[in-house]
Design a protein around this ligand. Structure first.
Ligand code: GCB
Length: 567
């Protein structure tokens, strides 16, 4: 059948068997490599395939990868050179099966009780509520460059008074370089420091240049990167221009946009550029009708527009790393991002074994490597709602958190917790304590009047124990758009409003002490596996799945606009 890329495949077919398919899905197409790539370095890049992927060209295996939401690539220079412009067959097999030691985990349950079911069958079970969309979810591209190429650039920034400091570290692969040029353009595009990197630059070994792949650039009169809502210009980006020359006179150029800013945790406060910052945002999903989790520019722009309309200054990439395009937009628009690893549903002892740990660390390395240059990304969330009460979780997360700190010492690290503070064993390692709490919904269902006491008590208990800043990372209620009831009942729009309203005074009070963020769950209704707790999907969105507002959206907008005006 025809299958578009990028897209999840699940919602493009008409039978439940296809939609809920578990196992290997095969993609294949023929392509003619662009002649411009011939005899050059060529890399076949996959921005995300969920969950396992094996890739062949003309039957020759060129790549395997485990884990959705993160990129991988294969060097195909040799294949293209031999093909000399001939048509090639690209085959990708994608397997969505989740087991106890995948990240995220899941399990296959065999229903072979033939006395109750006429035929045996199996189902994929998971301990998270979003639909396990699968396939080639993000774009596939061929990147052609010189033989020697810029593989990676790492930028870290700081400032002192009006001077910005930009530290860069360039990784070069594919051979030896004869020269490296590094320059900086300011947010207006003016060259302000370092070498001038011109498009018509001709590589000659004799040209004056530095051969060092790392260095420091000083930026006088720096324009810092700020988020929305602070009476500053949000999203100011500098551009680092890097040009490397190979022996044969070939060159590779990368222009990297980044912002100059710092993030730190001091006592019970979260600071951005040494100024206290309070996150008021939402949890989200990459989820849309038909496309599933597939990258879709239209949905991405609409969702960013909804966040802007609400006056949100932050979102969390619950529960996996989002597309790079989404982060680029957040950089430009000045939205703060808590970037989450795809580790959700680690709830039993066998989800904390050696293999799970290895895969979790691999995903962490891939995501920090991919996203560390985004100024919008201010915090890494290493997991959502793990069984943090288990003894195995303690040593497991000690290692995961240490690795995150080792890979990036410029951002705070969190794990989103939902176990009781008295039994949790993970918060002790965190820079920021994040908790999810559904008072008036899962706890004391139908009793929003209790929220004031319950929420305040719970938040204070976390702070009293750990003396770290606290974020309420999820709270919320489900409502079916258009369902009304007075007095309110759960799932009515009135209940949604009432529940949210009961939270706000507690936020305002605890913000004075230690609360550094309120993150409503969720921006938009999203698809879930079928089940008795979900009404054709999770309805905790402020917007319906086709992005139209419920009453609750106006309430949150009112609050977030006021928070912006007050800061
Ligand atoms: C949670 C989860 C989130 C769910 C939400 C809910 O605690 O972190 O993934 O969607 O609750 O609505 O139940």
């Amino acid at each position: 059948m025809d299958m578009p890329v990028p897209s999840s495949y699940n919602d493009l077919m008409q039978t439940p068997t296809d939609r809920d398919f578990v196992g290997w899905a095969w993609y294949e197409r023929r392509f003619r490599p662009p002649m411009a790539c011939h005899a050059r370095r060529a890399r076949l890049h996959f921005a995300s395939v969920h969950y396992y992927a094996v890739v062949w060209i003309d039957g020759l295996e060129i790549a395997t990868h485990e884990g959705g939401h993160l990129p991988f690539e294969a060097d195909i220079s040799g294949v293209l050179f031999q093909a000399k412009g001939r048509e090639l067959r690209l085959t990708v097999a994608a397997n969505n099966t989740l087991t106890p030691n995948t990240i995220p985990p899941g399990r296959i349950i065999y229903m072979n009780d033939t006395s109750r079911y006429p035929i045996g069958y199996f189902v994929q079970e998971v301990d998270f509520d979003f639909f396990n969309y699968a396939g080639i979810d993000r774009p596939v591209s061929i990147i052609c460059s010189s033989q020697v190429y810029i593989q990676d650039i790492m930028v870290t920034t700081t400032f002192s008074a009006s001077v910005g400091f930009v530290f860069y570290n360039i990784s070069i692969a594919g051979g030896t370089v004869t020269s490296i040029f590094v320059g900086l353009r300011d947010p207006k595009g003016h060259h302000v420091a370092g070498d001038a990197v011109l498009p018509d630059h001709i590589c000659r070994p004799s040209l004056h240049s530095s051969l060092s792949p790392h260095g420091l650039i000083k930026v006088p009169n720096v324009s810092l990167w700020w988020p929305v809502g602070l009476n500053t210009t949000p999203g100011l980006l500098y551009t680092l221009e890097v040009l490397v020359c190979g022996f044969d006179g070939e060159k590779d150029v990368v222009r990297l946009q980044f912002g100059i800013r710092t993030v730190s945790v001091v006592g019970s406060r979260l600071l951005l550029n040494d100024r206290e910052i309070y996150l008021h945002g939402l949890g989200r999903h990459e989820d849309a009708d038909l496309r599933g989790r597939g990258y879709d520019a239209v949905t991405m722009v609409k969702d960013a527009s909804l966040l802007g309309w609400l006056g949100a200054n932050a979102f969390r990439t619950s529960h996996y790393p989002y597309s790079e395009q989404t982060l680029d937009m957040a950089d430009r628009q000045g939205i703060l991002v808590i970037l989450e690893a795809p580790a959700v549903g680690l709830v039993t002892v066998d989800n904390f074994g050696k293999r799970s740990l290895e895969q979790h660390l691999t995903a962490l390395r891939e995501l920090i490597n991919r996203d560390r240059n985004h100024p919008s990304v201010i915090m890494w969330s290493l997991a959502n709602e793990p069984a943090s009460n288990l003894p195995v979780a303690e040593s497991y997360f000690r290692q995961v958190i240490a690795e995150a700190h080792r890979l990036d010492d410029t951002r705070p690290v969190t794990v989103v917790l939902n176990k009781d503070v008295s039994v949790d064993r993970v918060a002790q390692f965190l820079d920021v304590v994040s908790v999810n709490a559904y008072f008036g919904w899962y706890h004391a269902s139908g009793h929003p009047e209790l929220i004031g006491q319950q929420l305040g008590h719970m938040l204070s208990a976390w702070y009293t124990k750990h003396h770290r800043p606290v974020i309420l990372m999820e709270y919320g209620a489900g409502s079916v758009a258009g369902l009304h009831s007075l007095p309110s009942v759960m799932f009515s729009e009135e209940y949604h409003l009432e529940l949210m309203r009961k939270h706000f005074p507690v936020f305002d009070e605890k913000r004075e002490e230690f609360l550094v963020g309120e993150m409503l769950w969720n921006l938009v209704d999203f698809n879930t596996p079928q089940g008795v707790k979900r009404v054709a999907g999770n309805r905790k969105g402020l917007f319906t799945r086709n992005r139209q507002p419920k009453m609750a959206a106006f309430l949150l907008r009112d609050r977030y606009m006021r928070l912006n005006n007050a800061s």
